[in-house]
Design a protein around this ligand. Structure first.
Ligand SMILES: *Cc1c(COP(=O)(O)O)cnc(C)c1O
Length: 371
């Protein structure tokens, strides 16, 4: 196996799930979209279900089918809208779509009638995310439309929050407004004598900051992967542990003289004699190229700066003159005892989701469970 690997700490996942369970006291739906945010959907599904998660969620029908083919029997929410021609597979894979329009609901009804197997639908209400879902005013009519069909069942009612991870006053006001509108829509559904099913709204931000958003089930993604929103003091608001630790090895080491340049563009130059190590990871593995000359990796217990541009498959690190490091020694790119993917994300003006999702299939995942 190649030196570059993503270690996935399943013991941290279990601890993070326990934290969310303790904090909310609610059922947990774990989003496993995009290969579990880059961690590996099937492996995480198994570990999450064993740790008490009851619902899973994916973005594409293919992701749902992958879970079923892997033997996962738990309910699987489909968070995004598929093409009409994918509905057959959606039903065959026994997925629970989020739907918020008559056309989609009719198509689901039609497929369920054809196969004689009920489809469990979650009504998605758009309360301010502006992505998918019905207007709050339409919710009662669509809920009863679903309930009246003998082919469909209203398994849940949901919304999604746009700024729940922010403590800025205008964002707090917006989130509170979204929750009021959602609660009112759920009440209007109940007033028609319709059971809204499982009511759910809380993503990571809402699990962290809005107990009024927890309803029957919570859907935290990035929090379970180990990255929490920041509290007022700038610290992680929930003590979760990152799952992903990206490691590699020094595969080549050489001393260089003062004035030597390293890598494309020659943007790095040795200010004094030093030792350069080469690591077999590059932007084609998902290591952001923008980190060249900037990011520091952990080698021999010390953070050491990357030297020069990150190449497609390799990058270089300035080890200093007397590090004692040897060829084949292990280094940590992020996570573990090194700064985690959230720190890397901040440096790049992005979010940890993008960092872990982009670590691609070329990097083998190694699952570790110390419990
Ligand atoms: C991705 C997603 C979540 C989880 O979001 P996080 O920010 O990772 O907690 C919850 N609900 C829906 C609809 C999503 O698409």
């Amino acid at each position: 196996m190649r030196a570059t690997r993503a270690l996935i700490h399943l013991d941290h996942l279990k601890e993070n799930i326990a934290l969310v369970t303790e904090k909310t006291g609610r059922a947990i739906c774990m989003p496993l979209k995009a290969g579990a945010y880059g961690h590996g959907a099937l492996e995480l599904a198994g570990a999450a279900l064993a740790a008490g998660v009851t619902y899973l969620a994916v973005a594409t029908v293919g992701e749902g089918t992958e879970l079923r083919q892997g033997g996962i029997e738990a309910p699987v929410l489909l968070l995004s809208i598929p093409l009409p021609e994918e509905i057959k597979e959606l039903a065959a894979s026994d997925m629970e779509p989020l739907a918020g329009d008559g056309e989609y609901i009719d198509a689901l009804d039609h497929e369920a009638a054809r196969t004689g197997k009920r489809i469990r639908v979650h009504l998605k209400i758009d309360t301010g995310m502006g992505r998918i879902g019905c207007s709050p005013a339409m919710a009662p009519a669509l809920a009863s439309r679903i309930t009246k069909s003998k082919n469909l069942m209203l398994a849940g009612t949901a919304t999604h929050l746009a700024v729940s991870d922010s403590l800025a006053p205008k964002d707090r006001a917006f989130t509170n407004r979204q929750l009021e509108v959602f609660s009112a829509a759920v009440e209007a559904i109940k007033a028609l004598g319709v059971d809204p099913g499982l009511v759910h709204a809380a993503n990571t931000g809402a699990v962290t900051f809005y107990s009024g958003a927890w309803f029957d089930m919570v859907r935290p993604g990035i929090l379970l992967y180990g990255y929490a929103p920041k509290d007022k003091t700038g610290k992680a608001a929930v003590p979760v542990k990152p799952l992903m630790e990206l490691v590699s090895s020094l595969v080549f080491i050489k001393p260089v003289a003062r004035g030597t340049t390293v890598s494309y563009g020659r943007i790095w130059k040795a200010r004094t004699g030093t030792v350069i190590g080469t690591i077999p990871i590059g932007y084609a593995d998902g290591l952001p190229r923008g980190l060249g000359n900037t990011w520091r990796i952990l080698a021999g217990g010390v953070l050491r700066p990357l030297a020069g541009r990150i190449c497609m498959d390799q990058c270089m690190v300035d080890l200093g003159r007397d590090s004692g490091l040897r060829r084949w020694d292990r280094v940590t790119i992020f996570g573990g005892k090194a700064p985690h993917a959230g720190v890397m994300a901040s440096l790049l003006g992005t979010i940890p989701y993008e960092i872990t999702c982009n670590i691609n299939k070329r990097v083998p995942r190694i699952y570790i469970d110390k419990n």
